[in-house]
Design a protein around this ligand. Structure first.
Ligand SMILES: Cc1cc2nc3c(=O)[nH]c(=O)nc-3n(C[C@H](O)[C@H](O)[C@H](O)COP(=O)(O)O)c2cc1C
Length: 104
């Protein structure tokens, strides 16, 4: 990886995923990565194709629903006409937050 750059995007309803994303950002900067942390729907999805490495930190709310600040992205991901290879050049990781007391 020529440039050490990470984007951390979070979907958070009550702040836990946001805190986690900020912690990841801090840790990444400590390790000399350039790191931006943002709510998923505040980020311009059209730019995702230019990202090298993205960490998605996403919580669940309602009844297995996406948080309000990632609803647009959720719709985007499930678009029927989204080319299957549209994000294939991007490395990504997903950290999901939930609570095991909710029914599966
Ligand atoms: C109203 C509400 C609904 C939730 N629904 C679910 C759920 O359906 N499934 C699940 O695994 N966790 C559920 N959770 C647990 C949250 O996903 C978990 O507490 C998470 O850490 C919250 O992250 P956030 O503070 O970033 O929103 C729910 C929590 C709340 C407050």
């Amino acid at each position: 990886m020529a440039e050490r750059r990470i984007l951390v995007l979070y979907g958070s309803q009550t702040g836990t995923a946001e805190d986690m994303a900020e912690r990841l950002g801090k840790e990444a900067r400590r390790r000399h990565f350039t790191c931006r942390v943002d709510a998923i729907d505040s980020y311009n999805i059209a730019n995702l194709v230019h990202e090298q490495l993205v960490i998605f930190v996403c919580a669940t709310t309602g009844q297995g629903d996406p948080p309000d600040n990632m609803k647009n992205f959720w719709r985007f991901v499930f678009r029927r006409n989204l080319p299957h290879n549209s994000l294939c050049r991007m490395d990504f990781a997903v950290l999901g937050l939930g609570d095991s007391s909710y029914p599966k």
